[in-house]
Design a protein around this ligand. Structure first.
Ligand code: DGT
Ligand code: CA
Ligand code: CA
Ligand code: ZN
Length: 586
């Protein structure tokens, strides 16, 4: 059993226990273990075989450790089977539907006899779900929407899942074939799309056969779809296809360009080539009169030959980037190394996994100049949100750790709920004392567009709210975004001097590319933050940078590219002055 499967088992156990009404402490132990394991860089299977003590992993105690050992050695878990048998077969499917928590599922089961998804659909149709106290028509509509979304979302895999798989495959190939060269991800993964149909890779090698054999021989290959001399395709048990091509060095640039897409971008390049009397394909550019093939070992050469500047993969969307490249209007996009600080992070004070000190040390090790510790506010019952009293102790600890650790500037802060009516979880006299306030929607996500828009804009008018976190609350492939007038929100952000977050957590990618593009045009200060709940979560900056690049952002559009001194200058300003200052400081 691999880590993903083990984590899923613990997640389900947590849900089932919650449905049974078990103690919060027990439930949280399983949820925490699931989150830890999901992100663990090494396979538990391997650790157990090596005889390592699993209890050294933070968040893994004795009981969990024993269950892991049972799972990796027997491929099953007796405790899980017994627990599952206490519930109807189909109830797990019902629980998978976003927005339906264990407590609601239990009510639906006990009060309406809903034991599977078909029952649920019936209960929505005949109005019985809507008539349950505390649920109502709005909830019924939302569940119906989710069911519809699940049916149509198709087979595309969220980037959050695809990227780690792609990287594991690359590592496996490199390990088996140390002399493979230029092993590169192409296609939608390279373009940093939100979802991925399949994973495309290419490389050069002296012995292509060895590389292709290595791919086909990987242990998690479920099906070999093709295995030739220069390319192979496999379907992995993770549920995604990998296409790998091996190519001559002299063709590498042309093939990389071709397989990086997207299709519309490639078509525009082909049209441009045509105008120049050339024909573009995966081998290079052919002169249509002489039939002579011009080869390219790197991508830059192709763009140059077509009379334009290089277009970074994230911009290859088939919109107006080709035109811009011809007119030399491709901006210098923001890069990961431009990011100086992270402004949205959780610790085990709320729903994070790691202690504050661990998170800070990890951020420092990554070279960040500053870090805001923003645990949840009290409204987040499940997330162990901070009461005003706990927040005071939290702030004191942040200040203390800044002194004792040194070398990284810490900001006290919160990720505070924006309540359904637009009021905030903490009063102004509390907020005033914090360095950095993230305000986010975590509840009543199904509100009407107008109410939601007013709710968020109301929060922006608070003088202490520095940034709105994950504006649309969507989870890629899992939960739809809120409905709101985003144009109005972006304008209000610029007017009030409230920054908007590009939440880099790959499950969220929120703002998304198109929103970033528009917010940037309107001059809204943008922040790229990881919303890390673990030290590994701090790695996710790259996804946020990917979205920012897809939104044509340069360094100057991103607030946390500011060196500490300038960032402090920004913080010292009243919000009303910030939008203007942002343009000057960055
Ligand atoms: P995906 O896999 O659906 O997430 O999206 P892509 O963009 O990775 O698409 P995929 O894997 O079908 O193909 C990879 C790239 O290969 C695609 O972005 C552009 C290029 N490509 C595929 N088919 C054609 C084609 O018929 N003509 C041209 N010019 N390029 C193609
Ligand atoms: Ca692809
Ligand atoms: Ca493909
Ligand atoms: Zn949040």
């Amino acid at each position: 059993m691999n880590n993903a499967q083990i984590a899923e088992k613990f997640e389900i156990i947590g849900d089932l226990l919650e449905m049974k009404g078990e103690k919060v402490f027990t439930i949280r132990a399983y949820q925490k273990a699931a989150r830890t394991i999901e992100r663990l860089p090494t396979e538990l299977d391997h650790m157990v075989r090596e005889g390592q003590d699993l209890q050294e992993i933070p968040g893994i105690g004795k009981a969990i450790s024993e269950k892991i050992i049972e799972m990796v050695t027997t491929d099953g878990l007796v405790y899980f089977d017994r627990l599952k048998a206490e519930f109807p077969e189909g109830i797990l499917d019902v629980m998978q539907i976003p927005g339906l928590g264990p407590k609601t599922v239990r009510r639906l089961w006990q009060e309406l006899d809903v034991t599977n998804v078909a029952d649920l659909e019936r209960a929505i149709e005949d109005g019985s779900l809507a008539s349950l106290p505390r649920l109502g028509q709005k909830t019924a509509d939302n569940i119906a929407k989710q069911l519809q979304f699940q049916r149509t979302k198709g087979q595309r895999m969220p980037m959050a899942r695809a990227m780690p798989i792609a990287e594991r495959v690359m590592a496996a190939i490199k390990e088996k074939c140390p002399d493979v060269r230029n092993l590169t991800i192409a296609g939608s993964v390279r373009r940093m799309e939100e979802t991925v149909g399949d994973i495309d890779m290419l490389c050069t090698a002296d012995e292509p056969k060895l590389v292709l054999d290595a791919l086909v021989a990987m242990p998690n290959v479920a099906d070999v779809l093709g295995h030739g001399d220069t390319k192979a395709s496999v379907y992995l048990s993770d549920g995604i296809q990998i296409d790998l091509r091996v190519v001559e060095d002299s063709h590498f640039g042309a093939l990389l360009q071709y397989f990086s897409g997207n299709l519309q971008h490639n078509i525009q390049l082909r049209d441009r080539a045509n105008d120049l009397g050339l024909s573009l394909n995966e081998y290079g550019l052919t002169d249509k009169e002489t039939g002579e093939l011009e080869m390219f070992s790197d991508e830059e050469g192709i763009y140059q030959r077509l009379g334009m500047v290089y277009v970074p993969p994230e911009l290859r969307q088939g919109v107006w980037e080709v035109q811009a490249a011809r007119e030399n209007r491709i901006p210098t996009l923001v890069e990961i190394s431009d990011i100086r600080g992270d402004l949205h992070d959780h610790t085990d004070w709320s729903d994070g996994r790691d202690p504050m000190e661990t998170m800070i040390l990890s951020a420092k090790e990554r070279g960040l100049e500053y870090l805001a510790i923003t645990d949840h506010s009290v409204g987040r019952g499940i997330a162990n949100g901070l009461s005003p009293e706990r927040l005071e102790n939290h702030v004191a600890l942040v200040r203390e750790l800044e002194q004792s650790i040194g070398g990284i500037r810490l900001f006290t802060g919160t990720e505070m709920d924006i309540r359904a009516d637009g009021s905030l979880d903490y009063s102004d006299d509390i907020l005033e004392k914090l360095d950095w306030v993230v305000a986010s929607v975590h509840s009543a996500m199904g509100q009407d567009s107008q109410i939601m828009t007013e709710r968020i804009i109301k929060a922006m008018h608070n003088p202490h709210v520095d940034v709105i976190g994950h504006l649309t609350t969507r989870l890629v492939g899992e939960r739809q975004p809120i409905e709101a007038d985003f144009e109005a929100i972006f304008k209000a952000a610029a007017e009030t001097g409230t920054a908007l977050e590009i939440n880099a957590s790959p499950e969220r990618m929120d703002l998304k590319d198109a929103h970033v593009y528009r917010a940037r045009e309107l001059g809204v200060p943008l922040v790229i933050s990881t919303d890390a709940h673990t030290t590994e979560g701090l790695n996710n900056t790259r996804y946020g940078v990917g979205i920012a690049r897809r939104g044509w952002c340069e360094r100057k559009h991103i607030l946390n590219t500011l060196p500490l001194r300038q960032f402090l200058e920004y913080l010292a300003l009243n919000k009303t002055e910030r939008t203007e200052a942002f343009a000057r400081l960055t």
